[in-house]
Design a protein around this ligand. Sequence first.
Ligand code: GRF
Length: 205
Amino acid sequence: MTDPAPARLVVLVSGSGSNLQALLDATADRAYGAQVVAVGADRDGIAGLDRAAAAGVPTFVDSVKSYETRDEWDAALTAHVAEHKPDLVVSAGFLKLVGPAFLAAFGDRYLNTHNALLPSFPGIHGPRDALAYGVKVAGATLFFVDAGVDTGPIIAQVAVPVLDDDTVQTLTERIKVAERVQLVDYVGRLVREGWTIENRKVRIP
Ligand code: GRF
């Protein structure tokens, strides 16, 4: 019997792309069950796009300011992602909230990794806000994106300690190490095993 075709991942990035790199590395093993078929970004000149190019993965850029309205941007992003027929779309440090067209097309299979333990510290400054609050445990949350800001059904969470001498940078880096492992682990499990969502509870059989 031949293996099933690998699941198709489109990954969206805005920055350094270390989470993308972890996925690219994992997909080198066919047994992982997925391949990155395209990488999209909302800006040029970022390391994430260089990582995709180095891996021979096609890229596209949809910058909000290239479109007259946010809805036009959303429609263009949706169309570009759809061209690659993804089984899963992964926001890996993508700093834009997608709109209704994108969610209508991919809302059942669009994941985001966030560098805080949701529902605490949503938004783009998770580690900074967690440190300022004085929490003793921080971490990362992988979730299905819905129309809210970091509010969708949670797939997995991983915790790391907050140390007395942490800075935003040291805490951010500690979270990212655990976050990458979690992302690779759960994307693989989702594509290989499938999932259900009932009353916000995500279950992987
Ligand atoms: C991740 O920690 C993610 O949670 C946050 O931005 C970071 C992206 O890092 N939203 P990278 O671009 O994958 O290196």
